[in-house]
Design a protein. Sequence first.
Length: 167
Amino acid sequence: MVRCRGFMTFGLVLGCAALVASGCGPRGGVGGKPVPSGGTITLDGQPLSGVVITFIPTGAGQPATGVSGADGSFRLTTRNTGDGAIPGTYKVTVKRQETGAGGPSESPKDPGDMIKAMEKMAKGGPPKPTGPAIHPNYESVEKTPLTWEIPSGGDRNIKLELNKSGT
């Protein structure tokens, strides 16, 4: 019986190694290494702050996201904060970041602050978006008119120019 367990453990380890080697992890066109990417986002020529920008691959791959600051600037993240996007073609969606009474939500660093923020949200109801309205077309991967190509060297000058009509 002891011998059987050893073979089962060995078989399990060997099976996991085979899955990893067969391509379950990121590599090639499906994964790859993120390259530095970011830029600015505007709505009718004005910087758009507090929005979540999501780059969704048009083929297989991993999405990248960023949140715009007060000046409309953003950096994309795929796996680690600010690491960029994997080279390829993307559809881009934009959604207003949920906010509380104090502006765009941020993750508190201290667990005690996290509890206080959650209690505040529970008392005040769901957070409400602030800032200019964004056309619903920009929120849908099927309807968004925004596409972007991230080259192999990255792109730090992405310029996303939205308008109120959503075109």
